[in-house]
Structures are given as structure tokens and as C-alpha cells.
Write a protein that binds this ligand. Sequence first.
Ligand SMILES: [Zn+2]
Length: 354
Amino acid sequence: MNSQTFFAVSFATWLMIGDASAGFSQKLSVDESKKGEGEIYVKYTLTNTGKEAVDVLKWGTPLEGLRSEALAVQRDGREVPYEGLLSKRGQPSVQSFIRVEAGASVSKTVPLSPSFDLTSAGHYKVITRIAITGGAPGEPGKASKLKPAEQPKQASANFTIKATDKISAPLSRKKQVSAQAYTGCAAGQTSQVEAATKAAGEMATKAKANLSASSASAPSKEYVTWFGVSNSSRYGTVVAHFSAISSTIDGKRLSFNCTPSDCEPDEYAHVFATDPNKMVYLCSAFWSAANVGTNSRAGTVVHETSHFKDVSGTTDKVNGVYVYGQAMCMDLAKRAPDSAITVADCHEYFAEGL
Ligand SMILES: [Zn+2]
């Protein structure tokens, strides 16, 4: 091959890569046809504007239903808090992805009222809080966050609720039927949950001890691993979080449901952050986990407890991306300590490792 031919081939390859650049657009539209039944629906559409198919992670998007803070809602310009599911997930499986061919769209219609309080009259706006995670087809394990330029622009849609509209209350409030400690749990399950809760209380106590034995100016190596560089504000926040997690668990303020109807296959557990009964809905991955250690039953209880708004109010999403697993938490701690202290998994891994 002479140099001229080599240049031509290289240039052609470069052109192909340039053509193959990924990109997405997204759209929201409000479906008010079920208003009479007390529901407002939103249709989410994601379009692949790139030149190649992408396997998109459904987690953290409405493509798997509303199972995280994928959408934000405002009433008359003020944020309406998200009251929907917050869960602990394992690793994504093939089923966690949806293939979006080049030029094609995928969409999903989700009800808004189970996750947001739309019972008051007003002008509402629903906005996406989504960053797409995707990879080449057939390689879901290699999925990585797309470049910022490839991310879809924020989308929004408006709707109006009149005083005469009878929109249903959020699911978290409808579920307040029982304040008993255990719902749908067999005797054997109850004792396993008791063991997990006891170990979770011990984990939270160790976390408090680790934090009080060190300080904002000289944090423990475990603190730095999971929460990153310390300052007095962030350190104080983490101290307050574990104080609240510990008193919630030891004060037996949690309740448990062993047979929830809305689990995903990869899911350990979920809660509704504003639930006054602090019910933890236990899913299949919880039952197959060890009692203590990484991604354990006890750690799951710490994770879920941290989600409650009046405990630590943690999240599973940062800048639209679902944060799961140790690698993502460690990376977040290095890159964005202000965000790491808001993420439930980072609290879990800190406590589990002590
Ligand atoms: Zn979570």
C-alpha cells in the first residue's frame, strides 16, 4: 500500500466513524383522556437520531415505567415533590436494555398521578430528568454514558388541572392502609427480615463510630472511598444522615412487605420516600442476598432507610443517570463529592465495608 492509498483508506474510515456518531432526541406529550378516571398520563418518546442502533438502558427513564425520578413536575412554577418508587437495583441484564434502531423511536406511556400529587388545581409542567446510557447492540455489559453532545435535549409538556378534576392521590398515600410491622411475610421471612434489620442497625452504628472517630479535616479512608474529598458541610451531612438512619432502624420505625406486586427481576427492594409507615418492599434479589457484606440484606435496609425524606432523603439518580454498584459510586466520589453524599448506594457501601 503506498502512502496515498493509505491516506485514502484512513480518511474513509474516519468518515465512517464521523457518520456513526450517536445522538438522541426525546419528547413528552400529555394524555388527558383518562382524567375522568383520576389519571394523567404522559407519553415519553426517545428517537435515535444517530446512524447506528444503540441498546439503551431503560433504568432511570420512563421506558420501564416511572421507577425513579426520571420526570420532574412543576405546579405554577414550583416543584411538586416526587413521591414514587425509589429502589435498590443489582446489575442490568439483557432485559434492562431496549434496542433503538437508527432513525427509530421507542415510547412508553406512564401515569403521573401515582408518583406526584396532582390533586391541586393549577398549571402543570412535566420535564425530563434523563441522561441516556447506551452501547453497541449485543454488548449491554459495555454500556456507557453517551457523550454530552449525544444526549437528548430536555423535553417538557404542559397541562392544566381544574378544581373540578378529581385526580387520584399518589400511590404512597394510598398504600398507607397498614401500619403493622410485617405485611405478606411468612414466619420464616419475618425472622430473616428481623436478622437483616438487626445487622443493619449494627452497620449504621459502626458508620456513626467511624465518622466520629475521624473528622472533616481528617476523614477515614472509607469515607474518602465512598463520599470523596471531605469538607465540613459534606461531612456534617453524612454524619446527620447516619444518625437519622441509625435511630430509624433502632427505633423500629420501619415496616416490611414481603410480597409486593411491583418488583423488577433485578430489584432488591423499593420504598416510597414520603410513606409515613416507612414500608420497605422486599423483592427477589433481597432474598437471594447474604445477610451482611456487599449488596447484602442488611445493606439493602440501610440503602432503603436512607431514601425516606424525613431520614436522609437520598436519591439513586445524579444528573439524570441511574447510579448503581460500587464502581459508579467510587467514580462519583472522585468526580463529584457533592453528589456522592446524596446517593443511597454510596451510603450502603460505606456502611457495608466497615
Ligand atoms: Zn435506591
